[in-house]
Unconditional design. Structure first.
Length: 165
């Protein structure tokens, strides 16, 4: 019996099983980065309140509050996404919760690269850049050492599987 036509066209699918079990999950951003983001957001709010109370904010109240509230809403939403963002890897796909949930099917991966600033993983989250056979790309962040080790393993196995040097 022959394989269906769809399976015979194109390169074979990439397969990867995490060594930690059927799936692994961890925070996307470090506690230090979350603390820095919190200080920035709430410090900005405090700074504006101090300026307002000192009478150093000029212009119409509606205009100022509209612009400030719009900026604070965007900052708060980004902060909330940073605080709750989680990366998950299983045998089927790679996912990260973020402003929009990111998902990449492992079988379609063509290329991967782990980008990190060694010695600063506690602040700058290592990121996995992946691209599919069709050219779609995504970046996934992780701070859990076990997840970073899986990212390294995934990149090495994908490189060997696709024949890249």
């Amino acid at each position: 019996m022959t394989a269906p036509l769809a399976e015979t066209l194109g390169p074979p699918p990439f397969r990867f099983i995490p060594s930690q079990g059927p799936s692994i999950e961890g925070p996307a951003f470090s506690p230090a980065f979350k603390l820095l983001a919190s200080a920035l957001v709430f410090g900005t709010a405090g700074w504006f309140v101090q300026l307002w109370l000192a009478g150093k904010v000029s212009g119409g109240a509606v205009s100022i509050f509209t612009w400030f509230l719009a900026a604070m809403c965007m900052m708060l939403y980004t902060w909330w996404c940073i605080v709750r963002s989680v990366t998950r890897l299983d045998g089927q796909d790679l996912q990260q919760t973020w402003m929009w949930n990111k998902k990449m099917e492992l079988r379609e991966l063509a290329y991967g690269k782990l980008i990190r600033v060694r010695g600063f993983d506690w602040l700058i989250a290592p990121r996995l850049y992946v691209r599919t056979l069709m050219g779609k790309f995504a970046v996934f962040y992780a701070t859990d050492p076990a997840m970073i080790a899986e990212f390294e393993r995934l990149v090495a196995e994908l490189k060997a599987f696709r024949g890249f040097k």
